[in-house]
Design a protein around this ligand. Structure first.
Ligand SMILES: [Zn+2]
Length: 504
């Protein structure tokens, strides 16, 4: 079922005026129905179908007649049925409309359907309940649409929708208006269609009566549509009256919801603390550390974008006690249902400054708006990328400069790494093959040296140093023929060339 109240690509500024114009537009005469429609009009009219539903079943594709006030439509439809040329020589109605098509308001069609700028009006769920204005003024509830095309096409309801959109205070350049219909509507639709088909032997415009393909469908709605697809016509008629019975109550609109498409912000972060996890560290519902990288960044974004929630992702991650230095680690944050979406480069720069001023544990650079698709660059080819680290190494037996110097000559060292004991509780047991591309040692004293490493992404550095009880082979301990341990680890660089570098 295609409601006329469905639209895409209408610009924000035009929203209210367009919507009102849509409802109150003038029409010179009821030229949309032709003489060949008369039997269908009469049949549906007799069974309690509303004028706008009658238009739909007569395949009236033009928007104009649907926009007319309900009262006028009733009056004119009565006139139309009274002026039967078979009884008297009444005026025949002109055919002034384009050929049958799905009723759909493809209005201005301006502006790209950009995810970042795509306002979405959530479906207005409609249910069959009691008491409405139309009912009280003794209007018969349509047996096909339950009054949805009676009351909800009138100016009062449209004004309500406009008010809701305005008060929700969203920035947007285009929007989608969708309506969530009660599942029983599909059944009534089918019954009415079968009636028309049986009584008239009609074969016209089957396209008009395809079941709704509503993205926001719930299971029950899907089930109804599925069942209607399967059921034979004669079986359907056994279970449901054709024409559909006249309902006692109008549908009521449960709520009008507004929702905006997500926007994405990317950048790089440095982490200067050895006491800060990347994401909230919670074990058995108990928080272990009070903050995290993602929270320090996203709390400011959430406030500025006025979003409902966020999703943080990054190119790899560091342990809680590992710092990330150099140009930092690429990250992206999805902001869900943001009210504000338009930011200038200058405003993004200020936002970055706000984040950086708020904490000395992290710093952010290259903060920018990106598309959902671009985030793929951050994850793609992650395995092939290289990372550089700096590790402070301790040895049990005393070392001289010469004892560690040979490490500088080892190139493309192949490692076999069994899943480390420390992550075995969340990762399956496997052997990873990784490569240490280059190493450079920096002697400190008899028990300490600093090791700079350039490795394939995904190498377990801590395990390469201490050996993880022989689970990583070779390791620094086995290479030096000593027991070695790692005291500090820093990420010096993450070689992912996304997001683009900004000159700030
Ligand atoms: Zn109706």
């Amino acid at each position: 079922m295609a409601l006329p109240a469905e639209s895409r690509g209408v610009r924000a500024a035009a929203f209210a005026s367009w919507f009102l114009a849509w409802v109150s537009a003038e029409l010179s005469s009821m030229s949309s129905l032709t003489e060949k429609d008369r039997p269908i009009v009469q049949l549906l009219w007799n069974t309690g179908t509303c004028p706008r539903c009658i238009f739909r079943f007569c395949c009236v594709g033009s928007q104009t007649p649907y926009k007319r006030p309900y009262k006028d439509l009733m009056k004119e439809l009565k006139e139309f049925l009274k002026n039967n040329p078979e009884k008297e020589d009444a005026v025949c109605f002109e055919v002034a409309d384009p050929p049958c098509k799905r009723i759909r308001l493809e209005n201005t069609g301006e502006g790209p359907d950009d995810l970042n700028q795509n306002g979405v009006l959530k479906p207005i769920p409609l249910v069959n309940e009691e008491n409405t204005a139309l009912e009280s003024s003794a209007v018969k509830v349509c047996n096909v649409c339950l009054g949805i095309l009676q009351e909800f096409c009138e100016v009062d309801f449209v004004k309500k929708v406009c008010q809701k959109v305005k008060s929700a205070d969203y920035q947007f350049t285009s929007f989608v208006f969708s309506v969530s219909l009660p599942p029983q509507l599909s059944v009534r639709e089918r019954a009415a269609w079968l009636l028309v088909k049986q009584e008239m032997g009609a074969t016209a415009c089957p396209d008009c009566f395809k079941p709704a393909k509503n993205k926001q469908s719930v299971f029950t709605r899907m089930a109804v549509v599925k069942a209607l697809e399967k059921i034979k016509e004669e079986d359907f008629c056994k279970h449901f009256p054709c024409p559909p019975s006249s309902p006692k109550n109008f549908c009521v609109a449960l709520e009008i919801q507004c929702n905006n498409g997500a926007v994405f912000v990317a950048g790089r972060y440095n982490k200067y603390s050895r006491n800060l996890p990347q994401t909230p560290w919670i074990i058995d519902g108990e928080r272990k550390l009070e903050s995290s990288v993602e929270e320090l960044i996203s709390e400011h974004l959430m406030a500025e974008f006025k979003a409902d929630s966020f999703n943080f992702s990054s190119s790899g991650r560091e342990d809680v006690d590992v710092r990330t230095l150099g140009n930092g680690r690429p990250f992206a944050i999805e902001l869900v249902n943001p009210r504000r979406i338009h930011f200038t480069a200058e405003e993004m720069k200020r936002l970055q400054q706000t984040i950086n001023n708020s904490s000395d544990k992290i710093q952010v650079r290259d903060l920018q708006l990106v598309t959902r698709e671009a985030i793929g660059h951050m994850k793609e080819g992650e395995e092939e990328k290289t990372k550089t680290y700096s590790a402070l190494v301790w040895t049990d037996k005393a070392i001289q400069k010469e004892d560690v110097a040979f490490l500088d000559d080892l190139k493309e060292l192949k490692l076999d790494q069994k899943t480390p004991l420390r992550v075995l509780h969340r990762r399956p047991l496997a052997v990873r093959h990784r490569i240490i591309h280059t190493m450079k040692s920096e002697y400190i004293d008899e028990h300490h040296f600093r090791l700079h490493l350039k490795t394939q992404a995904g190498t377990y550095i801590k395990e390469f140093v201490h050996g993880d009880f022989g689970r990583t082979k070779p390791n620094i301990g086995s290479l030096l023929n000593r027991t070695a341990d790692i005291l500090e680890l820093d990420v010096e660089s993450v070689d992912v060339d996304w997001p683009p570098t900004l000159d700030n």
